[in-house]
Design a protein around this ligand. Structure first.
Ligand code: NAP
Length: 249
């Protein structure tokens, strides 16, 4: 029996990209996976992939920017699975590219409401459950855009920096409660989000990466798996870049 076996992990945005790869990896390690996404079709696709490999998964629909839906997601998780061991707060949007002086209030508010407020709502209700048993492990999805600035995506950059501040705060609050909380900061990763952002020319990003290539969602999933394991037992409140060396520049 490995340490992930029969553990319950909740993954938001698990219908696509990094979230899906992480769901498949935890299922491979025999965790029970709650695949959550605002999109039902892609969410069920992930669940079916897990079931085809003999794993255990359920789909729970949730728009993380809606507090009532987040509350219901956690309530349903506990009702159906009795426990919540790990959470990967991964769902996010890139917003509409525009420089700071042209960013609309609509784009700003939407990006912040999903990426920052939505992630905080997930953590709030996950923590309320984890605190009952004084154990748990949360990984928040930030970005290299949470560590440095990027032109033309001011709301995205602000939201991803905010996630790191939120992660540090919740980590300190819960360091003596048996709950570890870290952030992961992916570099450029081959997912539908990167395809939209680069208008289908993802490989154009490779030249800026010291390793000379963009990353795979599975490489982020492996880092999330490690952050949830006892192998990272002395680590909390950290923002870990997995970026082919991008932030070493
Ligand atoms: P993705 O392929 O677009 O997947 C994101 C998933 O989140 C989609 O299924 C999306 O559904 C869902 N989602 C969006 N808004 C949601 C909401 N309000 N409630 C619930 N689910 C929602 O993107 P990805 O690249 O895998 O990104 C995953 C995370 O990694 C994001 O937080 C992103 O910022 C971060 N990240 C990505 C990269 C990269 O290069 N790919 C780099 C750094 C950080 P829809 O399809 O309906 O929108």
């Amino acid at each position: 029996m490995n340490e992930y076996e029969n553990k319950v992990i909740l993954i938001t945005g698990a219908g696509s990209g990094i979230g899906r790869a992480t769901a498949l990896l935890f299922a491979h390690h025999r965790s029970q996976v709650i695949v959550s996404d605002r999109d039902e079709v892609s969410g069920f696709e992930t669940v079916n992939k897990i079931k085809e490999m003999g794993g255990k998964a359920s789909f729970f629909k949730c728009d993380i920017s809606n507090e009532k839906e987040v509350q219901e997601l956690i309530t349903k998780t506990i009702k159906d699975f009795d426990q919540l061991d790990y959470a990967f707060n991964n769902a996010g949007i890139e917003g509409t590219p525009a420089p700071t002086n042209e960013c609309t209030s609509e784009n700003w508010n939407k990006t912040i409401s999903v990426n920052l407020t939505g992630l905080w709502l997930c953590m709030k209700y996950e923590l309320q459950e984890m605190l009952k048993y004084k154990r748990g492990n949360i990984v928040n999805c930030s970005s290299i855009a949470g560590l440095v600035g990027f032109e033309n995506i001011p709301a995205y950059v602000a939201s991803k920096h905010g996630i790191i501040g939120l992660t540090k705060t919740a980590a300190i609050e819960n360091a003596k409660n048996g709950i570890r909380i870290n952030a992961i900061c992916p570099g450029t990763i081959q997912t539908p989000m990167l395809s939209r952002f680069t208008k289908g020319d993802e490989q154009s990003m490779a030249k800026d990466v010291p390793m000379g290539r963009i990353g795979k969602p599975e490489e982020i999933a492996e880092a999330v798996l490690w952050l949830c394991s006892d192998k990272s037992s002395y680590m909390t409140g950290q923002a870990m870049a997995v970026d082919g060396g991008w932030t070493c520049h």
